[in-house]
Design a protein around this ligand. Structure first.
Ligand code: BTN
Length: 327
């Protein structure tokens, strides 16, 4: 048995949140107690919070609801028409995993992967995306770009709208969008989108749309996040199954991607405005060493940010811009 399979088994055993002795875990996994101890350290490295009490054994700080393909399927409306998806345990990055899959086989539009943890989760502008095991959602979708890569900016904005609408439908209040595609709740970041683009030798192009959603961020890793953040479990009015949230997010994203393909970004412009947390507010744009100030006026039909200054409304485009509220 591979080490990764042993880790999965160990997590499965511990997921009930109860104490398990080192001896019983060793017997289940067919390994020594010392090896159990080593595996427990690996789980801690993956961001799981564990207690170890002599005479009692090991226990997760809280019960885990592991992602389960069947449960996600059952919770997905109209699943028969939707593309397939996979659930992985530990990956480097779900975007990179899906990119490899796309090189190996022909994927249907909307084929997606979920991962329980990422050891090299990537955020925008070269940042790391903190991806502890079993507590959040890390999700990537394969989407061909029939019009080439210039449609990609609009696409990522449409996905932002999909997430905001999904969170709103879960009863969460204070959901907001920040251009180009960060999702906030009451001014704190809850979700981010990273779109990787690939153009192939035959001229066709596709995107890998990576979505990270904080569901229940463990205290132990939260200290590494360098901005104001929140998670769904702190904001949602009722406790909700992780698999159900995964299904709802996937449903919402796939629906918006199809809508975007059929009608472009114009159908999302008004919907974006409903969530735009900087709309009509004084903003500052940071582009490397350069800075611009003005009033945010939403987005245009191509997904460019509109900022009004004394000379008129200007359009800003491109992933390296950081948008901030003027203090
Ligand atoms: C951001 O910086 O706001 C974008 C974060 C995107 C994180 C997600 S998690 C799933 C996918 N895999 C990655 O490595 N990154 C994206």
């Amino acid at each position: 048995m591979k080490q990764s399979q042993r880790l999965d088994q160990l997590i499965q055993q511990l997921s009930d949140g109860e104490f398990h002795s080192g001896q019983s875990l060793g017997e289940q996994l067919n390994i020594s107690r010392a090896a159990v101890n080593q595996h427990i350290h690996k789980l801690e490295e993956l961001g799981l919070e564990l207690f170890s009490v002599s005479g009692k054994g090991y226990k997760l700080s809280q019960q885990l609801e592991l992602l389960d393909k069947e449960k996600i399927k059952q919770a997905t409306e109209h699943f028969t028409n939707e593309p397939d998806f996979a659930v992985y345990s530990v990956v480097d990055s779900s975007n990179d995993e899906l990119k490899l899959l796309a090189q190996e086989q022909k994927l249907a539009a909307g084929y997606s992967v979920f991962a329980e943890a990422q050891t090299a989760g990537r955020g925008r502008r070269g940042k790391r995306w903190i991806s502890p095991f079993g507590s959040n959602l890390y999700f990537s979708v394969y989407w061909p770009l029939a019009e080439g890569i210039h449609g990609a900016m609009g696409l990522s904005l449409a996905v932002g709208v999909a997430l905001a609408e999904c969170f709103g439908s879960l009863g969460i209040e204070g959901v907001g969008l920040k251009w180009p595609n960060d999702v906030y709740i009451k001014g704190k970041k809850v979700s981010g989108i990273l779109v990787d683009l690939e153009t192939l030798a035959d001229g066709s192009a596709h995107s890998i749309i990576g979505i990270g959603i904080n569901l229940k961020m463990p205290e132990s890793v939260a200290q590494h996040i360098d901005q104001a953040w929140t998670d769904i479990s702190s904001e949602i009015p009722t406790i909700m199954s992780r698999n159900l949230i995964a299904a709802r997010v996937r449903d919402s994203v796939l629906a918006c991607l199809s809508e975007y393909d059929a009608a472009g970004l114009s159908v999302f412009q008004e919907r974006w405005r409903a969530y735009d947390q900087f709309l009509d507010k004084p903003v500052r744009l940071v582009m490397g060493q350069r800075e611009c100030v003005g009033t945010c006026r939403g987005i245009d039909e191509n997904g460019a940010l509109l900022v009004q200054d004394e000379t008129g409304v200007k359009r800003y485009f491109g992933g390296e811009i950081s948008l901030r509220l003027q203090q």
